[in-house]
Structures are given as structure tokens and as C-alpha cells.
Design a binder for this molecule. Sequence first.
Ligand code: HOZ
Length: 432
Amino acid sequence: MSRSKRLYERSKRLMPGGVNSPVRSFYHVGRNPVFIDHAKGSKIYDVDGREYIDYVCSYGPAILGHANERVVRAVQTACEGGLSFGAPTEREAILAELIMTCVPSMERLRLVNSGTEAVMSAVRAARGFTGREKIIKFEGCYHGHSDGMLVKAGSGVLTQSMADSAGITAAEVKNTLVAKYNDRESVEKLFQENPGEIAAVIVEPVAANMGVVLPEDGFLAFLRKITRDGGALLIFDEVITGFRLALGGAQEFYGVTPDLTTLGKIAGGGLPLAAYGGRREIMEQIAPLGKVYQAGTLSGNPAAVAAGIETLSILMEEKEKGFYERLEENGAYLAGELKNRLGELVQVNQVGSLLSVFFAHAPVTDYALAAASDTGRFAKYFNGMLERGIFLAPSQFEAMFLSAEHTKEELHLTACAAGEVLKEMRMNGDVN
Ligand code: HOZ
């Protein structure tokens, strides 16, 4: 029995499904999860000594590749000075300044510990500021696992084919209204039916938790206008897109400025750190200045903040040397190569270093089209790729992430592996 299998058997007796986050279970691709020993650069290594080219990248944080030496050194130095204080530090100010330089719409911000917490706090701030209760979210967009955001959510919720999560009261979700991504009419209808009641529209500016689904031309600008006209706030959940599509995230990339932004993943360089922030008058509603309460013992944790500072500093330096252009070039190259090898069986959506291979026949532009993908075929593809040393997320509905460490040769090898998997699927009669 492999070490991964033994660890899985042991972990199953300790944690639900043997994992600490359901997406990590390989339940929906029909095998036990690979347990990780370590990772470096673009590669990840399992406890049985197998090496993989990693396209999970910790679901986003590892944009510089794993275990970047500067980031690791910065964390080590911070740790030597103490792990947590419960009092403010200069490092927190430095990180806040760096974030604001990259994302100028965040005139004030708070550091928190996870994307879930950032979204939960931003939604509360929006409600506190507007005095309204209803929030519009989009089918298939995932904003972490706070109660009100688990309605028609993406990521693991979609993978498990759950309509919504159990354990959430009707009262919690009655103020979550659901629109269709890329469908302006569905948003207009909700504004018409709930005049003066919408506190905010929250959106992943590039949906990346139902697979990667790009906003159609003008969709984000439309959201900007309808929220402004309706006295509601626009929240961009940039936990995935922040510092990834551009240094200033999707708001820089698409030129649309939200009122509030949530960040996570890259912001903490691989350690638990997230942030929310936006217009000063909104953020000044937060305690101790205002009446919206939000707090956290580990918020602004010195090790996480050090990782964030170093990561953002490197990105700022590298941006000048064409960092984001290279990521886009590599993303487009891999998307093109995968489409060439897999042909009509798939739709490949890509923007920058985010991409998805959907086992679908029609272009995927919303939740319904994403959800109609052939997850059985995806499972076969996933297993074939894993056997060939390509580490993908074990779900049709999670993105592929590229890092700066992925080489053209690795991208080429990945596409070749996809071609071989397709041949094998044909031989086994899984596809025609
Ligand atoms: N929400 C994350 C994926 N979209 C989960 C990541 C994890 O399970 O590690």
C-alpha cells in the first residue's frame, strides 16, 4: 500500500473525509488523495516520492512558485521575532501601503486571515454603510463559506452537486439574491423587484470557482453602473484574481473600480492572510471608528504579513520586467496547446495565468454551461494526467493556476500528457 493510501486511511479516522477542505478529497475523481511531502518552484512531491508539475499552486497563492527563497527567508526572520502579539506592528502598515499602491481603490483596508473572513466582513461593511440587507451574488461564484454566501455557490459546493449547504437557516439566506453570471437582465430584474433594498452586488470579476469563466465585454462596467444608479455597493471578490491578472487585479485589468475589494491567497504569499477594503467613508464605518464590528486575534499575524510584504515586493519589481506579460503568454500557449491536443472534446477558457479545460461542447460562459460539463470524462482525464506527473485540482470546477516558475518545456510536456490521455480514453472507449 502506498504511503498516501496509508495516510488517507489514518486521516479518515480523524477528519471528515480525511481532509481539512473538501476540494482536496479526490472523492469525485474516484481515488484516494495524494498526500504532499514538499514543493519547490513549479513542482510538487508526494510522500511516495513522485514528482508532479503543479497546476494547483495551492489554489492560487503560489504565483512565484513554491518556497520562493526570499519569501521563506522573510518568514523565518519574522518568526524569530515572535509569532503573534495582539498589538499593531510596523509590518502591517508596510503591507497595507503595498496593497494600496497596487490596488488604489482600497483607500482603507483591514487585514484578516482568510478569503471567507474578508468577504463576510466586506458584506457586513456594505450592509452597515447602506443600511440595507439584501446582497446579489451570482450562480457558481464562490465567496468562501460564510452562511449567506453558500447559496448556489461554486468550488466544492458545485463539485458535490449540492444546491446549498445544510445547516444554514432560512433567515440567513433570505437576503441573498442570486443572479446569472454574464446575464444583465437577471441583475436588472432583481434591482427592479427589490427597490432601495440592495446593499451590494458581489462578484468574482473573473469567475474562477465554476472553472474559469470570463466576464463578457461590458458586464463588469454594467455592474458598476447599475449598483451606482441603485444606491448599492459593488464588491469585487479578488481573492483569486488579485495580484494575478495584474498587480492591481481584475479591476486594473478590466478598468472597472469597485467600492469594496476582497483579497487573499497571493496577498499572504502562502500563509493565512487576506484583506478587505475600499472607499474611505465605507471603511470608516468599521469599529473602532464606526458601528460595524470586525476583529481577530491573528489578524495581521507577523509571519503572514512578512510573507505578504515579500511577495508583493517581488511582484512589484518583476512587473517592470514583463512579469504579467510572460504569464499571459504562457497561459495562452498552454491553453492553445491543450485545445490542439484535446480538440472538440473540450472548451478551454483562459485569461492570464488562469485557465480551465471544460469537457463541454459549447463555449462556457455561465454556471449552467459549466455545470453541464461531463464530470465523468474529467475524472478520467484527471487520473490520466496524475499518472503522467501532472497535478491538477481534482474537480472540473477548479481553475488551473500557472506560476512564474512554470517553463515553456513544462507546459509543452503537460500538453503532450493531455494528448496521451486522450489516446488512452479513446482506446478504453471513454470517448469516440
Ligand atoms: N476554495 C478553494 C478552492 N477554490 C479551496 C482550496 C482548498 O481546499 O485547499
